[in-house]
Design a protein around this ligand. Structure first.
Ligand SMILES: [Zn+2]
Length: 182
């Protein structure tokens, strides 16, 4: 019986560990969020109310999501639509510029709405990289890499954390009833 109890406890522990590591999904919405017209400034406490813990870690603390996670699988499966900032709603990218860089994170070769995507030098980790941020709320989105040889019109890769994006699929045009042939 003791052995069984131990086994049960181990199972419970394993289950709770699994649920703690449950992966987050990319936000999806059928309606486009309201675009901010000016800079969005909030306190950390305010951001915590809007964002999930993982979104907060990535967007406000320059974190990086785990590659090849559920969010990346969702990204690869998504069809035409737009990608907005999960924090402030600004439109950042569209599916027209997305490509599969096989790197484990959503990749785009060009921002759809350049005025909402900003870049700045990032000297963390002992290297010089280009950080990609949301120009409207300063959320950390990912990094920009150039000249890697990708067969895209710009040969640049906006390597973005999917968790900080909100996907809005294009409205599928209502299919017209085929005209009856008399
Ligand atoms: Zn934003």
């Amino acid at each position: 019986m003791k052995k069984l109890n131990h086994l049960f406890a181990t199972l419970l522990l394993a289950l709770s560990l699994t649920s703690c590591q449950a992966e987050e999904a990319m936000e999806t919405s059928n309606t486009a969020p309201k675009e901010p017209t000016k800079k969005v400034v909030k306190t950390e406490a305010e951001w915590k109310k809007i964002l999930t813990a993982e979104q907060f870690r990535v967007a406000r603390k320059s974190g990086t999501e785990r590659p090849n996670g559920a969010v990346y699988k969702q990204f690869k499966a998504q069809e035409s639509g737009a990608y907005h900032c999960a924090g402030c709603g600004a439109k950042l990218f569209t599916s027209k510029e997305k490509f599969d860089a096989h790197c484990g994170w959503p990749a785009f070769y060009d921002p759809a709405n350049a005025e909402n995507v900003a870049t700045k030098e990032d000297r963390s980790l002992g290297t010089v990289r280009t950080e990609v941020t949301c120009a409207k709320c300063d959320a950390h989105l990912g990094h920009l890499f150039k000249g890697e040889g990708f067969n895209t019109p710009k040969d640049q890769r906006y390597c973005i954390n999917g968790i900080v994006l909100k996907f809005v699929p294009d409205k599928v045009a209502e299919k017209e009833e085929p005209k009856k042939i008399k």
